[in-house]
Design a protein around this ligand. Structure first.
Ligand code: ATP
Length: 270
């Protein structure tokens, strides 16, 4: 019978930020952020433009090194882990990941297997199956042999996600993954991510999409200002002070779920 101390039992906290701080030339970008991401949850990261969401995700992924505080992946300090070990456990789908134009979609997604292969080791049939499944999950199986530069913005976005899935991470960080996607693709992607049996942290701008998360973390001016369930967090008061919008909750007559109706407090850009 497994116990709480059995090594194969996943830790209750998959990823943890402890008093993270990051600044550029004396300007604080992320300030004193502490949070715990529970194993298996989908944690939404929301906040206005420039509030520090992408920076926090990059700190959590190890791409950026904090000047203060640290990140724990499971119970291990991220900065002490070799890159390869991090890449076997955690994948980041960044907002503007670069991919060479001449590469095919298949090759781009195949790169997700790199952390699992030793030098010069060719892909085993199992690796090829995983790449195939990742392409299928994002609906790109028919475009596997297309070159990168021929893809639309939305197709590139889905290919980046497929590459992260091919990594088979335990923790998946996604930075505004629904950008560039049409409404059908946005909903499909949110469902796909929601049902992945791993830990997810997802930066989102669409607050109605954020309602599907288990918990939400709200960034404002580089600080984490709220953490809780969508109902606890998305109050009219918070939406007014952080997002500068007036919010009304409606109920979807089809399934009784909550829908947010938002109006700007002011109509002028800051
Ligand atoms: N490398 C950098 N050098 C200087 N400033 C930076 C750097 N990276 C981020 N910033 C600044 O830090 C702030 C937070 O940026 P970040 O991209 O983390 O915000 P965000 O919440 O993801 O924004 P958005 O919703 O617009 O994508 C912004 O003001 C940005 O200009």
């Amino acid at each position: 019978m497994p116990t709480a101390t059995t090594p194969s039992t996943p830790p209750a906290v998959a990823l943890q930020a402890r008093q993270l701080g990051w600044q550029v030339q004396g300007t604080p970008i992320v300030q004193n952020v502490s949070l715990q991401v529970r194993s298996g949850e989908m944690l939404g990261l929301i906040g206005p433009n420039g509030s520090g969401k992408s920076s926090l995700l990059r700190l959590l992924s190890g791409m950026l090194r904090p000047q203060t505080g640290d990140v724990l992946l499971g119970d291990q300090a991220l900065h002490r882990l070799p890159r390869r070990s991090i890449a076997r456990q955690l994948a980041l789908v960044a907002q503007s990941a670069h991919t060479q134009d001449a590469i095919t979609v298949w090759d781009a997604v195949e790169l997700g297997r790199t952390p699992w292969l030793s030098a010069l080791q060719p892909l085993a049939p199992r690796d090829r199956d995983i790449v195939h499944q990742a392409l299928q999950a994002v609906g790109l199986q028919d475009k596997a042999h297309r070159t990168w530069h021929t893809l639309s913005g939305g197709e590139r976005q889905r290919a980046h996600i497929a590459r992260a899935l091919a990594q088979q991470p335990e923790v998946l960080l996604l930075d505004e993954p629904t950008n560039h996607l049409d409404v059908h693709q946005q909903l499909s992607l949110m469902q796909l991510v929601q049902h992945l049996p791993i830990t997810k942290v997802i930066a989102l701008h669409d607050l109605n999409q954020a309602l599907a998360c288990d918990r939400l973390a709200v960034m404002h001016q580089g600080r984490l200002v709220h953490l809780g369930t969508p109902d606890e967090v998305l109050t009219p008061e918070l939406l007014q002070t952080v997002f500068q919008v007036q919010a009304h909750s409606l109920t979807d007559p089809l399934d009784g779920s909550r829908v947010l109706r938002l109006r700007p407090l002011t109509t002028t850009l800051p």
